[in-house]
Design a protein around this ligand. Structure first.
Ligand code: FDP
Length: 294
């Protein structure tokens, strides 16, 4: 698929950028693509330039939405069928300590009225992890494929052609330092239940890494709303919808606390946030039962 080729090219370029960056520079580096060669940009902005440059040449893409842009960008392919939204470098506040970051994306198909209703309009989504290895997960055609980049032959090699989530995990993942400020008390009760059931906790603070671990090992990930960030921190278009699409493809569950993330109407604003839960079925049942006790 042409879009996938553009994405894979971008993943390799962003991965190279990260691996060549001195992390002590706190994510600032010289843009070697710039003609003058002396333009200092953050690594997020350079990753966005890579994605935008590659994807704007793809004849299937009409519109691009990015975490790094204030508005949607229209390509020259005005009759093309798809919108693509992405976060070029999620978790970049971790880049200075060499923690896993990643690119998250979703491809949305316009309907006959040139509209997108909600997350059910996604035809393909995924993410690339820039960690110990460069790996990407793709949700397409009702299955999840998992690839790893091989620098030796310059190709992504298939690791798993039909990845499925466990029905139950043993890890919960939330930023518990916010727990006194959460606006939905079910999360506080749920944590107590997890501890009683001998779960352990993990919080990387990089959505791609925390969500990837939850996908692979099962369990519970959430970023609830709190008094400071009433809708949480996770952005709907290029973080929550893609991961919801991926989790549903893998047999897992997504929620904004009320409904599936995929049922949330397409936002009016490009950077709209949403509370988010991504989890296995067992943990979702626990969460739903908490709601009955409140
Ligand atoms: P970041 O602050 O690095 O941009 O989407 C934003 C995000 O990262 C997610 O990747 C991550 O899950 C979350 O914010 C981390 O939030 P905390 O600062 O509360 O840990």
């Amino acid at each position: 698929m042409e879009i996938l080729a553009c994405l894979e090219k971008s993943f390799v370029q962003i991965s190279d950028l990260i691996r060549k960056t001195n992390s002590v520079n706190l994510g600032n580096l010289v843009d070697t693509h710039n003609a003058s060669g002396d333009d200092v940009k953050t690594i997020d902005v350079m990753s966005n330039d890579i994605m935008k440059d590659n994807l704007s040449k793809c004849a299937l893409i009409r519109t691009i939405g990015s975490e790094e842009e204030d508005e949607f960008y229209s390509t020259k392919f005005t009759d093309a069928p798809y919108l693509i939204c992405y976060d070029p470098l999620d978790g970049s506040s971790n880049i200075d300590v060499n923690i896993t970051t990643g690119t998250i994306f979703s491809v949305y198909e316009y309907d006959a009225n040139n509209k997108i209703a909600d997350g059910h309009s996604i035809v393909m989504s995924g993410y690339c992890l820039y960690g110990g290895a460069t790996q990407y997960v793709l949700a397409y055609n009702n299955k999840i494929s998992f690839y790893q980049y091989s620098a030796e032959d310059g190709l992504f090699q298939l690791l798993n052609d039909n990845l499925k989530m466990k029905e139950k995990g043993a890890i919960y993942s939330l930023n518990e330092s916010n727990k006194k400020a959460w606006t939905d008390a079910r999360f506080n009760q749920l944590i107590e239940t997890f501890i009683e059931q001998k779960y352990t906790t993990r919080w990387v603070g990089s959505l791609v890494a925390d969500a990837h671990r939850t996908l692979i090992k099962g369990g519970f990930f959430a970023y609830p709303g709190n008094r400071k960030d009433t809708e949480g921190k996770i952005r709907l278009l290029y973080e929550a919808y893609p991961f919801a699409h991926i989790f549903h493809h893998a047999g897992g569950v997504s929620s904004n606390g009320v409904c599936s993330i995929l049922d949330v109407p397409f936002p009016a604003k490009i950077h709209q946030k949403t509370p988010i839960v991504l989890c296995s079925k067992y943990e979702h049942d626990l969460f739903v039962n908490m709601s009955m006790q409140v």
